[in-house]
Design a protein around this ligand. Structure first.
Ligand code: 1DF
Ligand code: MN
Length: 356
């Protein structure tokens, strides 16, 4: 990257040959954060919540206070940040872990409903800049299914985001089937966004400071997607598309070993749950999984993913407001890649898969 490129101003409008559509962008609501703080105060929060939101919602550090301000804004401040970083459109979702840790179902559904209404209003106010993904409360799968329909039909949402496990439960468990059925009915994607690991998994990561976005998010979310693939979710729902961020939460890099050991496991019948599937894990990654580069502004990883999954399946994301770096946008612009492939990465893959 030349010095000139690095200091040149980023602009919206597509002068570089593509629009920049950022696909994993977060917002928060006041009552969501207040509920987290109450859980922490009352000793109801799991260790991950104490670590993550105990920090962002309470630390006086510049990282925490700036992220909180940006999360809570769905107006001019966010638009100004998008303008400065050359982001034409942001696909927005309620920040992790959404309402999934809340044990009072009425409270969870109320906060989710109002967050969805607030997001829909912001998208209506800035129709050229904001696109919404809805939030649900998987604790109540039937309600979530209805909210998926409301999001698609009344609120203009283009998918939903679920923040990995719900109180230690994973989406491959049969009680969550109404969520997948609803997604198939509205023909929209599911974005599985990271959350902190449940208490059963977080232990040895926490004392080392590895529980959050540095590592714990990725291994827990990658495992979640693997649980869904190996239970046969895509044999049951062949048109379902599942998106994950952070360059596929490391699964593409493990793919050879995943398939080798999965096939060995199926053949040996070592695990009751591990049944033969219609495709290989690589096959599902090439037909039902989409990845975004949130948090990973790294050309070798992006090219590797394009090679193993196909260049139609890798999309741009900034991960605002957790990773707001103009130099990363410049680095992505400067990737040595054909103009056609780069346009797919920044713009047309998102248009295709979110049906914009
Ligand atoms: C962090 C990173 C937090 C991501 C997030 O949501 C998040 C972080 C609470 O750095 O603590 O979405 N991320 O996707 O990388
Ligand atoms: Mn994120």
């Amino acid at each position: 990257m030349t010095e000139e490129r690095q200091t040149a101003q980023l602009k919206t409008g597509g002068d570089q040959g593509y629009l920049r559509i950022a696909t994993e962008e977060a917002f928060a609501t006041e009552e969501q954060v207040a509920a987290y703080l109450r859980m922490i105060r009352d000793g109801e929060a799991d260790k991950g919540m104490v670590s993550l939101w105990g920090f962002y919602a309470q630390s006086p550090s510049p990282r925490a206070t700036q992220i909180m301000e940006r999360l809570l804004d769905l107006g001019e401040r966010r638009i100004a940040d998008m303008d400065v970083h050359g982001i034409d459109k942001a696909i927005l979702a309620l920040t992790s872990p959404g309402v999934q840790p809340l044990t009072d179902l009425d409270e969870a559904k109320g906060i989710a409903t109002r967050a969805n209404d607030q997001l829909a209003a912001a998208c209506a106010k800035y129709p050229d800049r904001y696109i919404g993904m809805g939030t649900v409360a998987p604790q109540d799968p039937e309600w979530s299914a209805r909210e998926i329909h409301r999001g698609a039909k009344e609120l203009g949402f283009k998918g939903i985001q679920i923040n990995s496990h719900t109180q230690g439960h994973y989406l491959d468990e049969p009680q969550f089937d109404p969520i997948f059925r609803a997604l198939a009915e509205v023909d929209q994607p599911l974005y599985i966004h990271p959350s902190t690991s449940p208490d059963a998994m977080i232990g040895p990561m926490l004392d080392a400071g590895l529980d959050g976005a540095i590592f714990g998010f990725g291994v827990e979310t990658g495992m979640h997607l693997l649980r869904l693939i190996t239970i046969g979710i895509f044999d049951r729902y062949p048109t379902l598309q599942i998106m994950v961020g952070h360059m596929g939460e490391a699964l593409p890099y493990w793919l050879y070993r995943l398939d080798y050991m999965h096939q060995a496991g199926v053949r040996s019948q070592r695990y009751e749950r591990m049944k033969p599937l219609n495709k290989t894990i690589a096959g599902y990654l090439q037909s039902n999984v989409l990845v975004t580069n949130s948090g990973v502004a790294w050309e070798p990883a992006i090219k590797f993913c394009q090679e193993v999954m196909g260049e139609d399946r890798v999309m741009y994301a900034m991960d605002y407001p957790y990773q707001v770096e103009a130099r990363e946008v410049h680095a992505m612009d400067a990737m040595t890649m054909s103009p056609e492939t780069k346009k797919k990465f920044f713009q047309t893959n998102a248009e295709r898969w979110f049906k914009l």
